[in-house]
Design a protein around this ligand. Sequence first.
Ligand code: ADP
Length: 217
Amino acid sequence: MLNCIRSLFRINNNKSKNESAKGDLLKMKNIVLFGPPGAGKGTQADVLKEKYQLVHISTGDVFRYNIKNETELGKLAKSYMDKGHLVPDEVTINMLNAEVDKNPKANGFIFDGFPRTAAQAEALANLMVEKNSQINAMVALEVDDEVLVTRLLERGKSSGRPDDANEEVIRERIAEYYRKTDILKDYYQAENKYFGVDGVGSIEDITDRLSTVIDKL
Ligand code: ADP
């Protein structure tokens, strides 16, 4: 299983620690954009990546790209996503590492949909240390569950996403969020890196709220 997962990624293990630990990476701004499904992470990440010149990595988008292209990774991910469950950590972590490695010159990253479990948060912290950098903040969009369900059902009418088309799957994704992901607030709070923002309002207003946090980092 492990070898199979490794072979799904082109992982560069030859890099020496010194090579990747370049001083200028210390200047990177790395943000975890957080919130339950339907909170508006993708919408805001699209605006923020331009505003702050950051690389946006959405694990959901990478999985969907792989599903569309019918890769082995895509087939594996789909079997979990269609049920509203998380893709296993090892698969997701390897994929995330590979995506970060594709952008050696980035000013920083917006992580959208990652981390979603404690193991992923640990893996991200380790990856940042390897890059001689760190996560500066988790900025969370806070939205009530029933608003989320309404938004996702609405998005499902046009997104073509099978996981948005079915209320049961939507509720399972929200339940999975509370089972495995919500605890990450405490993880970042313990490092004084958690910033919650009201995720209800106009897109522009919410961008302003997020920017107020990011500008201070
Ligand atoms: P949403 O936040 O609206 O649920 P995403 O596009 O972020 O949408 O994720 C869609 C699905 O992709 C998730 O329900 C899950 O199955 C899978 N996925 C995305 N990110 C992760 C992750 N970090 N760990 C495990 N599975 C993930």
